[in-house]
Design a protein around this ligand. Structure first.
Ligand code: SF4
Length: 231
């Protein structure tokens, strides 16, 4: 666990468009389609970056970056995350958090301290199938709580789904759509199998663009805007 990677300047979907990207190691899932398997399966093979040194680096970038994107792995596993983000905020930088939403208590704490400006929560498959994302038990109720917290918080929220054949099809999207009904934005991402965590998922063919368009049409019945990425 801890900060494992840092990309100083990146053009992203972020208010202002320029942010530094920071990767946390470790995750509470092992999604077979994960495209960051080294961070998930063997985070200790990466040295921890010094959090204070990283703050110093960010301080030197405040004239040309607008914020930081906190991603992983799963950043909410780090007990030091909140205090580190508080230090980031003192630099005048905005914070975007990418999370799988399974640690609602941590998310609630970050939101209460107003440490997050933009929040992206993954919706990976229908609730009954979350058990396919990890060898151990998965408490899906945590994601439901996180969705409620996100929709009630004064932050910019997006939900994200990688459309992996075998995990996402129309019935799954409809169940997730009920969960996030009325949300402002749902991003559907194309599956890119080459670097998938599970070797046998590297042979799964992504959906054709026409199928992605039909899934997007389904998602639009539930939220304000749907964006398809990665085609
Ligand atoms: S896709 Fe995200 S939640 Fe799933 S194992 Fe990878 S980092 Fe963890």
């Amino acid at each position: 666990m801890g900060i494992k990677g840092f990309q100083g300047t990146s053009l992203l979907d972020f208010p202002g468009r320029i942010a530094s990207l920071i990767f946390w190691g470790g995750c509470n899932l092992t999604c077979p389609f994960c495209h960051n398997p080294a961070l998930v399966l063997d985070p200790e093979s990466w040295p921890d970056l010094d959090p204070d040194a990283l703050l110093g680096d960010l301080a030197g970038r405040t004239s040309f970056i607008d914020g930081v994107v906190v991603t992983g792995g799963e950043p909410t596993l780090d007990p030091a995350l909140g205090d580190w983000l508080a230090a980031v905020k003192t630099l005048g930088l905005a914070v975007k958090l990418d999370t799988n939403g399974l640690r609602p208590d941590v998310l609630a704490g970050l939101l209460a301290r107003r440490l997050v400006d933009r929040l992206a929560i993954d919706l990976k498959t229908s609730p009954a199938r979350y058990g396919q994302l990890h060898a151990g038990p998965v408490a899906f109720a945590g994601l439901t709580t996180s969705v409620r917290l996100a929709l009630a918080a004064p932050v910019t929220v997006e939900f994200r789904t990688t459309c992996v054949p075998g995990l996402i099809d129309e019935p799954d999207l409809r169940e997730l759509g009920e969960l996030v009904y009325g949300a402002p934005l749902w991003v559907l991402q194309q599956y890119h199998p080459a670097a998938a965590l599970a070797p046998d998922w590297r042979d799964v063919a992504p959906y054709a663009p026409a199928k992605m368009a039909s899934l997007a049409a389904v998602a639009r019945e539930y939220v304000g805007e749907v964006v398809v990425k990665g085609l």
